[in-house]
Structure formats: structure tokens, C-alpha cells
Ligand binder design. Structure first.
Ligand SMILES: [Ca+2]
Ligand SMILES: [Ca+2]
Length: 90
């Protein structure tokens, strides 16, 4: 699993005219459960999620976009989600 950048440039059509293209804009989607931001959900993410639950300081910067249920918190749901991915049951 990995985040692949999506890049776009846009133009506008109206009847017979076309505008110039815009500058290229790129965005890379986040990976739910990827707490360390390496574009993969793996054992380290599971360990980080359990450390967060225990109130221990993480060894790396946590990616808040890893929130998989959109409740703006990283907690038990993420830990379960990550462990299910690691165990290949999800
Ligand atoms: Ca990761
Ligand atoms: Ca959450």
C-alpha cells in the first residue's frame, strides 16, 4: 500500500475557446492507519498506536491524517484497524 501523488492541471472550455492550462497541482493521499507517514501500514504503526493509547510519547512524528474513522482522534479504532491490517484479517 502506498500513497501515489495525483497531479492535475486544468483548462477551461467555452464554446470555441480554451484557456491556458493552470499550473500543475499535486496532492498525495494519506494512508489510513499509517501513523509514521511512510506510506505503509505495518508493525511500527501498530506499536505507535499502542503507545498513543498508553499515553507514551511516540518516537516519531505522528501523522494525524492517519485517522481512519474521521473522528479527529487517533485512538483505539486506529489501533484495532492497524492490527487487523498487520494480521491480514482486513
Ligand atoms: Ca507506516
Ligand atoms: Ca479516529
Amino acid at each position: 500500500m502506498g500513497g501515489v501523488p495525483h497531479c492535475y492541471k486544468v483548462t477551461s472550455y467555452s464554446s470555441e475557446c480554451e484557456s491556458d492550462f493552470s499550473n500543475i497541482l499535486c496532492a498525495t493521499p494519506y494512508v489510513p492507519g499509517d501513523l509514521d507517514g511512510n506510506w505503509d501500514v505495518e508493525l511500527l504503526d501498530g506499536i505507535l498506536s499502542l503507545k498513543l493509547l498508553a499515553g507514551l510519547p511516540p518516537a516519531v512524528e505522528i501523522q494525524t491524517c492517519a485517522d481512519m474513522d474521521s473522528d479527529d482522534t487517533l485512538g483505539l479504532q486506529e489501533a484495532i484497524y492497524i492490527l487487523q491490517i498487520i494480521a491480514e484479517v482486513r
